[in-house]
Ligand binder design. Structure first.
Ligand code: FAD
Length: 452
């Protein structure tokens, strides 16, 4: 049994803590905030906004098996704790030429029908062939990159890199595959939606379209923050020692191995294993005596994605005309209107809506006015408006040849591991959960899963 300290109680930290505690390790989780969940958070309306609630971080996810696996392997299965709902509304795409495409997220046949009706049969054929063609990309990514400890793209070998079209940008890939510029914007949304640029993202980013069509898009009734609450319950049930409101100020090592952490109150926790769910740049600055070169290099590689500003609205009326998600592909920016159909998020006769706006993209124009120019006019219905601070979704692609630049989960320091959005395989709920699962496997292998 190893003494483990998990630094940070975001999604990655909670997932690692729950799994390791279930596997018999002695786990302490240190979180500087007074609540768990990190970026998974809600905004709750008060005063005139009473009764409204908005997701102020993730609101939906693909690959629900990642979360089901976590709950199953750490205690009671997810279905006994929380429901995930499949999003059945099509995603609406609004283009600057006035075209409106309601594209089902899940069914191949329904996608074909919608594309045929709106963009023509040739585009429907091209889209279907493109997404079908990503099956092999997904299998390769799943088996050699996402579900296993990752040792760098070069280790994949030339055949795999060719199969992943490594070196080709998403915009080039979309341009070759899809003659219709509107269909290209839909495919490029796989990068744009997370604050990356299609000319800097590699073609493999398009695999998201395959993943969504195959495994669906899922949300949590009552808001995604309920997932963080359920995970917080799970780590408590597993007996994880929680230190909330306490920051790790130093990660201590001897020559080659981690020895423990120092907290903001001056106390010290000894550990054979430290798993950091914080930004790798903060890991580097907290490593004492100093971080190994490979880790410093990893920290320098990281580029934060474009910051996104969330504007939360409480709308009068049920706004039946608004689907779960509308993506407005404007000339200046791509803005997303999230409007979950969930009565728990708004008072009766109202709807909670969140606008996801790339920071600084609208040149000072108010987003509601901007949306109205593209035919999505919510102005008369707004009862409440709350603007959040801008935040990046996570690290961004640095070029089709250069990858995402996230750090590996294992480090050159024995016992020191990295999870979360700045570690492999990167940001997003499923990715962070996959990275946490692979890291736990490495820890169990290296530090011996205790006998049951
Ligand atoms: C606006 C927005 C929308 C998003 N929407 C989606 C979405 O719809 N779907 C999706 O899949 N993903 C989405 N994401 C991405 C997803 O939320 C993140 O990738 C994921 O939640 C990151 O989790 P993490 O494990 O990196 O931890 P974080 O959430 O980054 O948590 C890190 C934790 O560490 C703590 N901490 C930091 N320093 C210290 C220290 N020194 N000592 C102790 N504790 C410390 C912090 O307080 C924090 O709680 C979105 C992100 C944003 C910002």
């Amino acid at each position: 049994m190893a003494r483990v300290v998990v630094v940070g109680g975001g999604l990655g930290g909670l997932a690692v803590a729950a799994r390791l505690a279930k596997n018999g390790h002695q786990v302490t989780l240190v979180e500087r905030a007074t609540r768990l969940g990190g970026q998974i958070t809600r905004r709750t309306g008060v005063g005139p906004a009473e009764g409204f609630q908005w997701d102020a971080g993730p609101a939906e996810m693909t690959l629900p098996t990642t979360i089901r696996d976590l709950f199953r392997k750490s205690g009671r299965p997810l279905e006994r704790v929380l429901d995930l709902h499949l999003v059945t509304d099509p995603r609406r795409h609004v283009f600057s030429d006035g075209t409106v495409l309601d594209l089902p997220t899940q069914s191949r046949a329904d996608q074909r029908r919608a594309l045929s009706e709106t963009l023509g049969a040739a585009t429907a054929d091209a889209w279907e062939a493109t997404v079908d063609g990503l099956t092999a990309t997904w299998e390769l990514l799943r088996t050699r990159v996402l579900e296993v400890p990752f040792a760098g793209a070069r280790r994949l070998g030339p055949r795999a890199l060719r199969r992943l079209a490594f070196g080709t940008s998403l915009s080039t890939f979309a341009g070759r595959a899809l003659p219709d510029p509107r269909a290209r914007r839909v495919l490029e949304y796989t990068a744009v939606g997370v604050g990356s640029e299609p000319r800097l993202a590699p073609a493999l980013t398009a695999v998201h379209a395959y993943v969504e069509r195959t495994f669906g898009l899922w949300r949590c009734p009552g808001g995604f923050a309920r997932l963080a609450d359920a995970l917080a319950d799970r780590v408590r049930e597993r007996g994880v020692d929680l230190r909330l409101g306490s920051a790790v100020v130093a990660i201590e090592t001897n020559e080659a191995a981690v020895t423990g952490v120092r907290l903001s109150d001056g106390s010290r926790l000894a550990a054979e294993v430290v798993v950091c769910d914080i930004d790798v740049r903060d890991v580097v600055s907290r490593l004492s005596p100093s971080a190994p070169r490979a880790l410093r290099r990893a920290a320098r590689r990281l580029r934060p994605g474009r910051a996104l500003r969330l504007v939360h609205l409480g709308l009068r009326g049920e706004a039946e005309d608004l689907p779960h998600e509308t993506v407005v592909h404007g000339a200046e920016a791509t803005v997303v209107v999230r409007a979950p159909r969930d009565p728990a998020l708004a008072p009766p006769g109202h709807r909670a809506v969140t606008l996801v706006v790339p920071d600084g993209a609208l040149a000072g124009e108010d987003v509601l006015r901007w949306l109205a120019r593209y035919g999505v006019d919510l102005r008369d219905r707004v009862a409440v408006r709350l603007d959040d601070e801008s935040r990046p979704w996570g690290p961004t692609w640095r070029g089709p040849w250069r990858g995402l630049g996230v750090a590996r989960n294992a480090t050159p320091v024995r016992g020191l591991f990295l999870v979360g959005d700045t570690a492999h395989p990167g940001p997003g709920v499923p990715a962070v959960l996959l990275g946490a699962a692979a890291t736990v496997r490495m820890i169990d292998e290296t530090f011996g899963r205790p006998p049951r």
